[in-house]
Ligand binder design. Sequence first.
Ligand SMILES: CC(C)(COP(=O)(O)OP(=O)(O)OC[C@H]1O[C@@H](n2cnc3c(N)ncnc32)[C@H](O)[C@@H]1OP(=O)(O)O)[C@@H](O)C(=O)NCCC(=O)NCCS
Length: 194
Amino acid sequence: MTHPASTDTERDHAVLRTARLRLRPPTAADIDAIVPLVDNPAIAMMTSRIPHPYGRADAERFIAWASDVGPSGRVCAIIRADDGVLMGGCGIEAGKNRDHELGYWLGEPYWGHGYATEAARALIDATFADPGVARIEASCRLINDASRRILRKCGFRYRAAGVIDCAALSTRVPVESYVLDRAVWRAARAGATA
Ligand SMILES: CC(C)(COP(=O)(O)OP(=O)(O)OC[C@H]1O[C@@H](n2cnc3c(N)ncnc32)[C@H](O)[C@@H]1OP(=O)(O)O)[C@@H](O)C(=O)NCCC(=O)NCCS
């Protein structure tokens, strides 16, 4: 992994910093930035839970959820470090009796610059800093080549095919599920720093 994140604090929350990004908890002050970015079918149709259209109430729910993901979960706004622009969101959630699960979205104007990969790597590193985390899961739609590429670049291995609910399409869609084991993550990090 080539973008180790350092931790800092901001308003009593952990903030992750990478070469180009700051990952911090979203707040109500971010709603005006979040809504026009997420209110995009190209984003919603690739995710399980993002509805379309997407409005202020949806952003408020996202922010409330981000503050309540549990001790080993983390949901962040993706901020470009040099100008403070909110570009997207990402998170790793730990469900009851479930492994940690990674998700991310980036506003369309910001696609294609490696930001999502950089954010995902930082979140993964921060999550595995907890020695109790054995693996992180993720899934992407079969048609989501960009997300599949991000998962592969982060070291995830294909696990299985399945289906998930897609809120924006009001139907179930085929997905591939992926897993990143701690041992694979550790080996990749060692290779990156050797
Ligand atoms: C998926 C998403 C986060 C990617 O953001 P991004 O910042 O552009 O991603 P990155 O630049 O870090 O990496 C994307 C990789 O996929 C590749 N890629 C992009 N589109 C591709 C396509 N159509 N086919 C194959 N590869 C593609 C890029 O070349 C890049 O790989 P590279 O670094 O080897 O060149 C963004 O498109 C998005 O938010 N999509 C909608 C929501 C979503 O899909 N979320 C994930 C749900 S599983």
